[in-house]
Design a protein around this ligand. Structure first.
Ligand SMILES: O=C(O)C(=O)C[C@]1(C(=O)O)C=C[C@@H](O)C=C1
Length: 405
C-alpha cells in the first residue's frame, strides 16, 4: 500500500486547487480502505506462501490430487482453502477463504515468476487471451470461469490486471460487463482494439454437411450470422460461454455433429480442423474493444490523448440527458460512447402518470481528468445527477486503420 499512498499524494499535489478532483481522490482512498478491511491482506498478499492462491498452488504441486482442503494460518485467522484440479486440465479451481468471501477463482496451475498477471474470461485460445497479450506483451494470462471471477481475481491480488471485451464493431455492446464495472471497484486503466477473425471449426474428418448445430460465444455467433447462412449452414446456433471453451468442449466430447466458431489458435490447441476462415460478416474490419482494469487508477496527464469514462444516474426531469451532455459539448469535449443500463436496485420509479424505467448512463469522452475543462464539466454534471462515478481516465487507442489492429 506504500506505493499507492505515494501515488495518491502525487495526484493530490497536482490537483489540490480542484475541489471536485480532490473529492474524487478521497473517494478512491476510502475505497482502498474499505477494500483493505474487506479482504484480509494476509491471505491475499502478493508474495510468498501468505498469498492464498500461491499457497493453494504450492499445495497442488502433487500431480495426483483432485480436491485438497487446507487451513492456511494468517495473522488474524485461519484461511480455509480448497483446491480442485479439473480432470486432465492444467488449471486449478481454488475456493479461497470460502467462509467469508466464497471467491471462486480459476488460476493456472502453479507458475512462479514476476510477470504481470492478467485475468481474462475464457480458456486459452479465447480472443480475450490474445487481447491480453496485445495489451501487455510479456504478461501471464490467467483464465477465469466467469466475468465476476475476473474482477475478483484482481480484487484479491491473484491477478494484477483484468481485461474485458466491452463492444464489437458489428456485434455491439457487451452489456454484462458494463453492469460489472459498476458493481466492482476496479478502475479502467487502458483500452485496446483488436481485429477479430473467426473460423468455423469441427473435429478432424467432419464436413460442413455433417453439422447439425454451431456453438460459440453469443458475440461470435452474431458477428458471423450471415456468413454462416451463406455457407449453407442453416443449422441451429447455440450459445456457449466462450469461443475457445466451445472448441475445447466439442473436442473433449467428440461431438461430430457440432461446428464451432473460434480462433485459429483454438483450433491448434484443441485439435480441431478449420473448415472456413475469415467468416466474420464485416470483412472490412471486425473490431472488438477491450478495457484493462486495475486496483489503482492511472494518474491522468494533460499531454497525450486520454479518454475518460463515467457512469451516472439522475432524476430524469425534462432534458436531463441534454443537460449532462451539453456540459461536455459546450466545452468542446467529444463524446465517443453513450450506453444505458437498467438502474439495478431501483429499475422502476413511480411518477404522477405511472411507472417509469430508471437507467444508469455510461459515457466515454475524449479528454483527460487532468484538464480543467473536464473537471469543470464533471462539477457541472455532478449538480444534475443523483449518482456520478468516474470509472477511469486512461490513454486512448489512436489507430485508425482496422487492418492494423
Ligand atoms: O469468447 C471469446 O473468445 C472471447 O474472448 C469473448 C469475445 C466477446 O465477449 O466479445 C471477445 C471477442 C470477440 O468479440 C468474441 C467474443
Amino acid at each position: 500500500m506504500a506505493a499507492t499512498s505515494v501515488t495518491v499524494s502525487m495526484a493530490l499535489g497536482q490537483t489540490l486547487s480542484v475541489a471536485w478532483e480532490v473529492q474524487w481522490w478521497r473517494q478512491v482512498r476510502r475505497w482502498w480502505r474499505e477494500d483493505e478491511k474487506r479482504t484480509p491482506k494476509q491471505s491475499i498478499h502478493r508474495n510468498g506462501c501468505r498469498c492464498a492462491a500461491a499457497a493453494a498452488a504450492s499445495l497442488c504441486s502433487s500431480p495426483n490430487f483432485t480436491t485438497l482442503m487446507a487451513n492456511i494460518p494468517t495473522k488474524t485467522k485461519m484461511t480455509n482453502i480448497r483446491c480442485t484440479q479439473q480432470a486432465g486440465s492444467n488449471r486449478i479451481t481454488t475456493l479461497t477463504d470460502w467462509q467469508s468471501s466464497c471467491a471462486i477463482l480459476t488460476v493456472p496451475f502453479p507458475k512462479h515468476g514476476c510477470k504481470l498477471r492478467v485475468a481474462y474470461r475464457g480458456v486459452p485460445g479465447a480472443y480475450t487471451e490474445a487481447a491480453a497479450g496485445k495489451a501487455y506483451p510479456d504478461c501471464e494470462p490467467i483464465p477465469c470461469d466467469q466475468f465476476d471471477v475476473v474482477f475478483q481475481a484482481v480484487e484479491q491480488w491473484v491477478a494484477d490486471r483484468a481485461i474485458l471485451p466491452v463492444e464489437n464493431s458489428s456485434g455491439g455492446t457487451v452489456h454484462r460487463n458494463y453492469d460489472l464495472l459498476l458493481r466492482h471497484r476496479l478502475h479502467i486503466v487502458g483500452e485496446i482494439q483488436m481485429s477479430v477473425h473467426h473460423c468455423l471449426l469441427a473435429l478432424p474428418g467432419v464436413r460442413k454437411e455433417n453439422l447439425t448445430r454451431v456453438i460459440s460465444h453469443p458475440q461470435a455467433l452474431s458477428q458471423c450470422e450471415h456468413t454462416l447462412t451463406s455457407l449453407g449452414l442453416d443449422v441451429s446456433r447455440e450459445a456457449f460461454d466462450d469461443t475457445a471453451g466451445a472448441a475445447e468442449h466439442v473436442a473433449a466430447e467428440m461431438l461430430r455433429d457440432t461446428g464451432v466458431i473460434a480462433s485459429v489458435r483454438a483450433a491448434e490447441l484443441y485439435g480441431m480442423e478449420i473448415l472456413a476462415e475469415g467468416i466474420e460478416d464485416d470483412k472490412s474490419g471486425n473490431v472488438t474493444r477491450f478495457v484493462m482494469l486495475a486496483r489503482e487508477p492511472v494518474i491522468p496527464r494533460r499531454d497525450g490523448d486520454f479518454k475518460t469514462s463515467i457512469v451516472f444516474a439522475g432524476e430524469e426531469g425534462p432534458s436531463f440527458l441534454f443537460k449532462v451532455l451539453s456540459a461536455l459539448a459546450f466545452r468542446d469535449i467529444r463524446v465517443t460512447k453513450l450506453e444505458s443500463r437498467p438502474h439495478k436496485g431501483c429499475p422502476l420509479r413511480l411518477v404522477n402518470d405511472g411507472l417509469r424505467f430508471d437507467y444508469m448512463y455510461y459515457v466515454d469522452f475524449e479528454a483527460s481528468m487532468a484538464e480543467t475543462r473536464v473537471q469543470n464539466a464533471l462539477s457541472e454534471i455532478h449538480e444534475y445527477t443523483s449518482f456520478l462515478r468516474l470509472l477511469g481516465s486512461y490513454p486512448m487507442v489512436l489507430q485508425t486503420d482496422p487492418s492494423s489492429f
